[in-house]
Every structure is written in C-alpha cells, then in structure tokens.
Ligand binder design. Structure first.
Ligand code: UDP
Length: 234
C-alpha cells in the first residue's frame, strides 16, 4: 500500500489517501508541540516510538472489542487506518488531578480522584480547544446524544482496560485524551494513544514518562517514551 495525496497534516501526524478509498496511511512525525503549538521541537525517534506504542495499545483495545480505526502497522512510523469522518471533539479522562485541571479548579496536584472525570473540548486551534459540555456539542451540531453516550461508554471502558494494563507494568495512567470518528456508520476510536496524549507515571517513583517532560523542560523525553515502550512491549 502506498501514500497518494496528503489529506491533512496535524502537529504530530500526517494522513495520506491510498488506492483504497476506505483506508488511509497515518504517519507519525518527530515534531513535538505543547501549549496550543506555541512551543515546538523536533525530537528524533519520537514518531517511531509513538507509532510503536499506539500500535500496541490499539491492538490491545481491539482484543477487548473496542472498535478503533487501526488496521495494521505499515512501517516503523506508519499505520494503515480506516478513513473516518472525525468528530471534532477531544474527550479527556482523568484518574489523578494534574495539568489544566489543577489550574482551573481547587484540586491538589497529584491527588487520586474519587470519581474519574470526563471532559470535552472543541477541536479548534484558533479558539485554543475550549472546554465544552455535551449541550454545546449538540447545539454546534458536532454529534448526537447517542454519539456522546457511546463515546463516554467507550472512554470508560478504555480507561478500565488501560489502567489495569499499565498498572500490571508498574505504570500509572494519570489522564488521557481520545478522539472519535465514524467509518461506515460505526463510531470508533481514532488518532493515537501515546505519551503525547496520555500522562503516564512510574508507579513507585511517580517519575513522569510523558509529554510533560517536554512541556516543562525536564529533558529525557525520548528515554521516557522508550521506557514506556519497553515496559508495555512484552
Ligand atoms: N491532551 C492532549 N491534547 C490536547 C490537550 C490535552 O493529548 O490538545 C492530553 C494531555 O496530554 C493529558 C490530558 O489530555 O494527558 C489532559 O490534559 P490537560 O487538560 O491537563 O492539558 P494540558 O496540561 O495539556 O494543558
């Protein structure tokens, strides 16, 4: 399978059409951005690490009957994925309070949440991906009530599956962001699941093994992503 036209380019990935109208090629780039793209760098090897990690996690979710756009890995930095109509919403799930949550609300940083928190954001760079609730989503015609119900149910299931997957590997799944799309009328998980879109901490030391290393100039980002891959790879 070969890349044809560039369909869209995001901050960390490119999507290409193929000879099959139902399938596309998703390419993971080394580009890294944070704070709505205001901080940028190229981290050699990051694309390959995220492609590896996302392949493992998407495959694992599929084994639990979570529908995803992932078909198979094509090369170190490319996956074959189903072509979807993207729902322009980011669904964030939080198990531990940190990041933007503790800036907005009086939660103690690092506190285990009694109840996991779901959040929705509108995917809109110009507006800085603002937080929305489901009523904004319906009023903006982004999706139906049934879609939101399915997205919340899938997100809760993914959280349960991945939390215990990471836990068994000495890792804490702190929070993560998911995206969804529709392929032939089926709602499915799209995008990636990687340390770019999740916060992952070491269970014993609480060392950050995710993009916060880049956000806060902590260094060792590549090594951290490699550590996540090494732990989940076997
Ligand atoms: N996240 C993401 N893309 C975004 C915003 C957030 O992948 O555009 C992820 C982020 O990596 C973290 C979770 O969603 O795992 C919650 O992020 P938060 O709201 O704390 O935002 P941030 O700290 O990135 O401002």
């Amino acid at each position: 399978m070969e890349k044809k036209e560039l369909l869209c380019e995001g901050k960390a990935k490119r999507l290409f059409s193929t000879e099959d109208p139902d399938l596309a090629i998703l390419e993971f780039k080394d580009d890294t951005t944070a704070f709505d793209g205001s901080k940028k760098a190229e981290i050699a090897g990051k694309g390959e690490l995220n492609c590896s990690i996302s392949t493992i996690l998407m495959d694992y979710l599929e084994s639990y009957h979570v529908p995803t756009h992932f078909v198979k890995r094509l090369s170190p930095t490319e996956q074959i994925v189903k072509v979807v109509d993207t729902i322009p919403i980011e669904v964030v799930m939080r198990n531990i309070a940190t990041g933007s949550l503790v800036k907005r609300l009086p939660f103690e940083d690092g506190k285990q949440l009694t109840y996991p928190i779901f959040e929705l954001s509108l995917k809109n760079d110009e507006l800085g991906d603002p937080l929305i609730n489901e009523y904004h989503a319906y009023a903006l015609d982004l999706c139906t009530q049934e879609d939101i119900r399915i997205m919340f149910r899938m997100t809760a299931k993914i959280n349960a599956i991945l939390r215990s997957f990471f836990e068994r590997r000495g890792l804490i799944l702190v929070d993560f962001k998911l995206e969804f799309g529709r392929h032939k009328n089926e709602l499915m998980l799209t995008d990636e699941i990687s340390p770019d879109s999740c916060r992952i901490w070491d269970k014993k030391t609480r060392k950050k093994l995710d993009k916060d290393r880049f956000r806060f100039d902590m260094g060792g980002m590549e090594q951290a992503y490699q550590e996540v891959l090494d732990r989940i790879g076997n």
